[in-house]
Design a protein around this ligand. Structure first.
Ligand code: PAF
Length: 280
């Protein structure tokens, strides 16, 4: 594992490699550290796709709101490095904030509809902060493939749209959401939860599975949503629970094939998101 903190050093290394007869293809997995099996599953996908895998660890201040958990977000660089070494990742790019955001860096992109709904509604700085950093990382690394987890499904669609809008020559691949044995979706923020909360948090998956079963069995979507909302509200401070078109997060039309249920819920101070895709 080669570790670079500076853009210039990373780029010199990549330029040297691509000047050889066999220029490597590059997969990129951006992260904010606190790596868990979900991240590692994305690395495994990346490894199957290209010659070289680059993982970034950068806790991106731009995507946190003023009263959010930037200051306490779990960081575990040494353990992360060990895990990346175990998976034989080629390069870790771990820049500091000044490296990613020099004063001259301007980035203006109107995400549009996808940025206004769900997490975009309750966390207005979130997606603008994400596209700001992801565009910068793409520009630095110029990967052939980028792998994003579908736990952050809205982020995944927004990144695909970004790549399309800027006509970037990058293939965006989604990795499936990974769950604990009890069903809880893996998340770095699960580190905030105690044992009792972990048990409670796993109910989100139970409720989603029930809702999926009901939708598969043609229960009316309004009823499914009502029941799911009622169930979730018993245990969580619910931010949203929506059943939408999984291709564009638009409203569901008759005969929809690809459906997704998306949930964001607070358990104490911890924000949990989860989703489940349904193909009819
Ligand atoms: O999904 C994440 O971990 C972050 O939003 C990302 C894509 C690394 C950007 O900071």
């Amino acid at each position: 594992l080669l570790i670079f903190n500076k853009i210039s050093e990373l780029q010199t290394h990549l330029a040297d490699k691509s000047n050889t007869a066999f220029a490597p293809t590059i997969s990129f997995v951006p992260t904010m550290g606190g790596l868990h099996a979900g991240h590692l599953s994305l690395v495994k996908i990346a490894k199957q796709k290209t010659d070289l895998v680059i993982v970034s660890i950068f806790l991106n201040p731009a995507q946190f709101g003023k009263n959010e958990d930037l200051g306490s977000y779990p960081q575990s660089l040494e353990v992360d490095i060990k895990q990346l070494k175990n998976l034989k990742v080629d390069i870790l790019f771990a820049p500091n904030t000044g490296e990613i955001y020099p004063e001259s860096y301007q980035f203006d992109y109107d995400i549009g509809y996808l940025g206004t709904i769900l997490c975009g509604k309750s966390r207005p700085q979130f997606f603008p902060g994400i596209v700001r950093v992801v565009y910068r990382l793409f520009d630095i690394i110029k990967p052939n493939i980028a792998v994003f987890g579908k736990k952050d499904f809205q982020q995944f669609l927004i990144i695909k749209q970004l790549v399309k809008d800027f006509n970037l020559d990058i293939k965006v691949i989604g990795g499936n959401l990974i769950r604990e044995k009890n069903g809880l979706a893996l998340s770095t923020r699960n580190n905030y939860l105690n044992d009792i909360e972990i048990k409670t948090a796993s109910k989100i998956n139970d409720f989603l599975q029930t809702a999926k079963y009901e939708i598969k069995n043609k229960k009316d979507l309004k009823l499914v949503k009502n029941d799911l909302t009622t169930n979730l509200k018993k245990y969580f401070n619910l931010d949203y629970c929506e059943i939408l078109n999984a291709d564009n997060l638009g409203k569901i039309n008759a005969n929809e094939k690809n459906i997704i249920i998306l949930v964001a819920a607070m358990l104490g101070k911890t924000r949990l998101i989860d989703n489940i895709e349904i193909t009819l």
